[in-house]
Write a protein that binds this ligand. Structure first.
Ligand SMILES: [Zn+2]
Length: 1061
């Protein structure tokens, strides 16, 4: 080893340059991390693949400026030098450096780090008078040469640089080494990666423009980080996350305080940041530091409903009194993501410097972004993904660059992609490398089960599944039987053994972890696992051998007390794949045809049918008992399973009013809850500090105010003291004439609650593990590993707990509490994104549906609505026919109010509004009009189009009496029966027709189908199974609940509480 000195120039946090001399040790053996290595390097971990045409060394400038391009999926064989990584670390800040480290660790990217500065023969020391750039170039070149020679010249090496002089200097020095510019490189070596080339152009454009920044200051400078930290410590400043009010994005933002860092302040509310100057370049989501203004300068928040509002969560009492108000003095962390923007129309761009365009983000909370581009004309009316680069104090707006074009605004595909990106969901098709990990299963080479190391239940147990009709991914099955002697019952829950096929750390595992869940949109879904697993090998289909993870209880026949629980891997063969209706029919003794039995002789068939029916009856008996136990503990029935009514042909039932849900739903749900609970116990007891649980904290009492007040207005008493009281009083709050009243009260109760969340047991005290909604002391998710990553984690924990019982070492060390907590947060975040995406896609479909209809003439646009909340200048309604919610205003911008005539017909007149707890009145010369809670009114639905944001629905009151729809021909489904199902289908059909036409028009339809392949992995328009799955997504977050159109899906989501919250 050779000792030498290395001189580096670092930038201090104040921006001063510091010269540092470091001891530097050189060695002969530094791993090359190439699979082609013949020199027996100690290449531990990830290595570069050998099946590329070349290896590439980006120089320092390229890594610093174009790291994003190097991140593009598909660009392979990249060697990052230590020299370049240091430059990123010291020159670009923590965010970019962390991204680089993440890239190097991610096995899905074919790239490695080469520690060139430790390699005796690759390292070059800096020469006297040599500029840093020159020296860096020489280091990377020298590393490239060493690498090429080390691999005995078997692979050509390309060095990319934006430095023209370097190209000239090094080009012809060494055969096998090629020096090219970034642009040449992309064009010649990766012509198929259009995304990389587009990104390159947009970034280089931005870099060129950057030099011509103005110097006039628009904002106060941010304070240096030492000053901020000292100020937070002393209590002079406050740290928190900036939340911009969507409805007043220009003016109103709040800083939500963050836990421990604010010990020294006695504030317990958010801090208001009013106006752009005070916000001082902070962007929604950033971690900021604020300074409180003197009390005399405090102001209050604006209170009245504003257009498009109405979905705000717990409607706080009208408070406009001054609140703590502050200004941003610094930013601790930028939390910028990818944003979708819309470019302005031509007229607006030609007047000014046309290369810099102010684009408007889709998210109203984000400021306009200045983009340098020469494609402004081509991009107008398109949605484009952009990233923000910087926001200097001299610039009124942040600067950014475009990443890729999504398509024309308003088109279905564009809008769906917009929704995904806005929720940071990036789904690429499963890569070939991932798919290679999948077990083979073809007619010639079928997959075969192996009974070794598994309990074989194929002969001994009658196993069956009960799912929605047409379900492909069956992740749970059941078994039940009396044990010999008659004293004991045995109940079994058998779940797809996903972790057998998805080893921890495999590419499939990493991809599933990143996705964290299957995403259900209104018209499609994106699976967490490749189809070969989710629809085949992991799916517990009937009549085939499958691997399962089982929980088997021995219960006392009479008391159903648990005598014994067995957990372990099993081999099963499901005998029956039932659907809910069929199972219920068997239970009811109705004639039913069981597919699996159709070929048998009558005698045999009757015997088998009797056996199956007996099992179903036993199961129902057990589930009733379990449910009763939880009811005693205070389990909440929040929203019944009203999906059923969706497909019901009974013309008397409107789309969303449920008929009685089938008991068998609850039976299956109860067994799953039981399994989840027992697995939670097992893993928590085995790993008290590092097990993954799902907990549901009790809600804050004040959140129940709206529920209690609204119920009181209707003459009901709601007791919210405990979950048990709440459940009981909700059960009693029934209006026999209007079942909607009870459902709306339950919706409000759900809105008042917080989300159920995943947590690592070591992160919260044990007395907080309690699941409020389910009334269980411990709970987790175990039963849906095909579509939830949390369940995959839990399966691994359960496997480890089982090996612990058997005194064998788990094959892999468990994740620590801290690591597991990070994972839990990630999954929580992705679940929220999944819920938001789903809600937004539903709203998109609702808008697309109404878009082509003339609200003045089309009867579809007039509907019955029920009022469920009173606001200052209007109220919130629910429209059962379309499953949507929204705000109705009784006062408009001109100050006119809604006034109803003799027959209830409304018109606008000048007057005033008066709000009461249970009604709102308008007074004008014609008299007083009253709108009362839970009353039905008639509204007109129209679309409020928006160029840059999503369209929204506008509701206008037509009459303060219920809507009388004209009678429909009996055999035609009228608007009354048009739920979201038909709505989605109709919109999809129109969109597909449009696509088809476009394809026919442009004879080269290749591009479109390629995009379709990329984005539509699974097209599952089966809304029925979708809704079933949606229920399981979890308790809806409050935002998603009180939506202006969370609609059917929103309501169903809340039912998650009763089934698998
Ligand atoms: Zn080597």
């Amino acid at each position: 080893m050779i000792k030498t000195e290395k001189i580096v120039h670092l930038k201090s946090s104040r921006g001063r340059k510091v010269r540092v001399v470091r001891e530097h040790y050189l060695r002969q053996h530094v791993p090359c991390y190439s699979s082609l290595c013949q020199a027996r390097c100690n290449n531990d971990g990830q290595v570069l693949s050998g099946d590329v045409t070349h290896y590439v060394f980006p120089d320092v400038g390229v890594v610093v400026d174009y790291q994003e391009v190097l991140e593009v999926a598909g660009l392979r064989g990249v060697v990052f030098t230590q020299t370049a990584c240091h430059a990123v670390q010291h020159g670009k800040g923590r965010r970019q450096y962390n991204r680089l480290r993440g890239l190097l660790k991610d096995p899905r990217h074919d790239c490695v780090l080469f520690a060139n500065e430790f390699q005796e023969y690759a390292y070059c020391s800096r020469e006297k008078g040599e500029s840093q750039d020159k020296w860096h170039n020489r280091c990377v070149y020298s590393a490239a040469v060493w690498y090429h020679d080390h691999l005995a010249g078997v692979k050509p090496v390309v060095m990319i640089t934006e430095d023209v002089s370097a190209v000239a200097e090094y080009s012809s020095l060494h055969s096998g080494i090629y020096i090219v510019s970034m642009q040449e490189y992309l064009q010649n070596f990766w012509p198929e990666l259009q995304a990389a080339q587009d990104l390159y152009c947009s970034i280089s454009q931005t870099l060129q423009e950057k030099e011509s920044e103005g110097t006039e200051r628009e904002y106060t400078e941010h304070l240096p980080s030492e000053v901020l930290e000292a100020g937070i410590k002393s209590g002079r400043y406050i740290q928190g996350t900036l939340n911009v009010n969507k409805h007043r994005a220009q003016n109103e933002a709040f800083v939500r305080l963050e836990g421990s860092s604010n010990k020294n302040t006695d504030l317990n509310s958010d801090v208001l940041v009013s106006g752009g100057k005070s916000r001082n370049r902070a962007v929604h989501g950033d971690t900021v530091v604020v300074e409180l203004l003197p009390r005399s300068e405090w102001s209050g928040r604006a209170m009245a409903l504003s257009e498009g509002q109405g979905e705000d969560k717990p409607p706080e009492s009208i408070q406009s009194q001054p609140m703590p108000t502050g200004r941003v003095v610094g930013i601790l962390q930028r939390n910028w993501r990818d944003y979708v923007v819309t470019f302005p129309p031509k007229e607006e761009t030609q007047s000014r410097n046309s290369r810099r365009i102010l684009a408007t983000p889709w998210d109203q909370r984000i400021p306009k972004i200045r983009i340098s581009t020469q494609q402004a004309d081509a991009l107008q009316d398109h949605r484009v993904v952009v990233r923000m680069d910087s926001w200097e104090s001299t610039s009124l707006y942040p600067n950014g660059h475009s990443v890729r074009v999504l398509g024309r605004a308003g088109e279905l595909e564009t809008e769906i992609q917009t929704i995904l990106i806005e929720n940071s969901i990036h789904i690429l098709p499963f890569s070939e490398a991932q798919l290679r990990e999948m077990p083979a299963n073809s007619p010639e080479n079928p997959w075969r089960a192996d009974a070794a190391a598994r309990r074989d239940l194929r002969e001994s147990h009658l196993v069956f599944s009960i799912d929605p009709r047409g379900c492909e991914d069956v992740d749970d099955t059941l078994s039940v039987r009396s044990l010999p002697g008659g004293e004991r019952l045995e109940l079994g829950v058998h779940i797809a053994d996903v972790t057998h096929f998805v080893p921890e750390g495999s590419l499939t595992d990493l991809e599933a972890r990143t996705r964290a869940t299957t995403y259900y949109l209104a018209d499609r879904r994106y699976d967490m696992l490749p189809a070969v697993l989710s629809a085949d090998l992991c799916s517990l289909l009937g009549g085939v051998d499958r691997y399962a993870m089982s929980v088997i209880w021995e219960l006392d026949t009479r008391t159903l007390a648990v005598h014994k629980v067995w957990y372990g891997r099993t081999l099963i063969r499901s005998s029956y794949q039932l659907h809910y209706e069929l199972a219920q029919a068997l239970l009811n003794g109705e004639p039913a045809q069981v597919l699996e039995l159709t070929r048998l002789e009558p005698d045999q068939r009757d015997a088998k049918l009797a056996q199956l029916t007996e099992a179903l009856e036993m199961l129902t008996h057990v589930a009733r008992h379990l449910r009763a136990q939880r009811d005693q503990g205070g389990a909440l029935e929040l929203e019944g399973v009203e999906v059923r009514a969706q497909l019901d042909e009974d013309k008397n039932i409107t789309a969303l009013v449920p008929r009685e849900p089938l008991e068998v739903h609850e039976t299956v749900a109860e067994c799953m809850i039981y399994a989840n609970h027992w697995v939670a116990r097992k893993i928590q007891e085995s790993f008290p500090q590092q097990a993954l649980l799902r907990y549901h904290p009790p809600p804050r009492q004040e959140y129940f105010n709206q529920l209690v007040d609204s119920a009181t207005a209707r003459g009901f008493t709601i007791n919210t003291r405990s979950n048990k009281d709440l459940a009981k009083s909700l059960d009693q709050a029934v209006d026999p004439k209007d079942p909607l009243v009870n459902r709306l009260l339950r919706v409000m109760a759900t809105q008042a609650m917080s989300n159920a969340l995943y947590v690592s047991t070591g992160s919260i005290p044990q007395d907080q593990y309690y699941h409020y909604g389910l009334a269980l002391d411990r709970y987790t998710h175990f039963t849906s590993p095909i579509r939830r990553y949390a369940d995959v984690v839990v399966h691994r924990l359960l496997t480890a707990a089982i090996s612990l019982d058997q005194d064998s070492d788990p094959s892999k060390p468990l994740a620590s509490n801290k690591e597991l907590e990070v994972m839990a947060q990630h999954i929580n975040k992705k679940n929220q994104a999944a819920q938001r995406t789903q809600k937004l896609s539903t709203e998109l479909f609702q808008c697309l549906y109404f878009k082509d209809k003339d609200p003045l003439t089309d009867p579809c646009c007039v509907a019955d609505a029920i009022m469920y909340s009173i606001r200052a200048n209007g109220f919130l309604v629910f429209i059962p026919q379309y499953g949507l919610k929204g705000a109705v205003y009784v006062k408009n911008r001109e100050g006119q109010v809604v006034s109803a005539g003799q027959d209830g017909t409304c018109e606008w007149q000048s007057g005033s509004v008066h709000r009461y707890p249970d009604h709102i009145s308008t007074v004008c010369s014609a008299g007083t009009t009253t709108f009362s809670l839970f009353h039905h009114i008639t509204v007109r639905i129209s679309v409020q189009p928006s160029r840059c944001h999503s369209d929204s629905l506008h509701l206008e009151v037509l009459s303060n009496t219920p809507h009388q729809s004209p009678p429909e021909p009996a055999d035609l489904p009228g608007p009354q029966h048009r739920g979201s199902t038909q709505l989605v289908q109709e919109v999809v059909r129109l969109a597909e027709e449009a696509t088809q036409q476009a394809q026919e028009k442009a004879a080269q339809g290749n591009r479109l189908s390629r995009e379709e392949r990329a984005f539509r992995q699974t097209k599952g328009p089966n809304l029925y199974s979708l809704l079933e799955e949606v229920r399981e997504l979890a308790l809806m977050d409050m935002q998603a609940c009180g939506t202006g159109g969370g609609g059917l899906l929103g309501l169903i989501g809340q039912a998650g509480c009763t089934t698998s919250a």
